[in-house]
Design a protein around this ligand. Structure first.
Ligand code: C2G
Length: 144
């Protein structure tokens, strides 16, 4: 049975061009893209703290034309059930996860797409922090 549904998982914090390119390519594989968005609680389990809370990340993702449906990602174990419930034909992740989800091949096709180089939420946070520190230093020196 072909359903024409594709799913991907992630935190999608501080949405950037790497995320958008992943979503665009995932959507190009099928007709409907489901995004399983990591909850704040699951991010703690993943060892990630996002700048934006789940509700804000949900609202931003909802504005992306490639995204047809968003479901919460609460744990590592839900993927098989999601694939069955959402009638998924294709599971997509960036290739930083290469091989990690091959066990899903029993249920649907598994595609790892090349990550977009030179951008990440972590890098954006660092860049913003450095810009703020530079501004503060220049402001301080100007007002000595
Ligand atoms: N991504 C990308 N290029 C980047 C950054 C991210 O292609 N420069 C992709 C990642 O490979 C992932 C998706 O965008 O497929 C979302 O990235 P994150 O929000 O960092 O997701 P992650 O924390 O890897 O969560 O169960 C799976 C996890 O929830 C994945």
């Amino acid at each position: 049975m072909i359903y024409k549904n594709v799913i991907t998982y992630g935190t999608f914090d501080l949405l950037h061009v790497g995320h958008v390119r992943l979503l665009r390519r995932a959507k190009s594989l099928e007709e409907h893209l489901v995004v399983a968005l990591s909850t704040d609680e699951f991010n703690k389990i993943k060892g990630k703290t996002s700048v934006l809370c789940y509700e804000e990340r949900y609202e931003i993702l909802s504005a992306i034309k490639y995204v047809d449906k968003i479901i919460p990602e609460n744990n590592w174990e839900q993927k098989i059930q999601d694939i069955l419930t959402e009638k998924i034909d294709c599971f997509v992740m960036g290739n930083d996860w290469e091989g990690k989800f091959d066990f899903l091949k029993t249920y649907c096709s598994v595609v790892y797409l090349p990550r977009t180089e030179d951008i990440s939420t972590t890098q954006l946070k660092t860049d913003l922090k450095n810009a703020d520190e530079t501004f503060r230093t220049e402001f301080f020196l100007k007002n000595l």
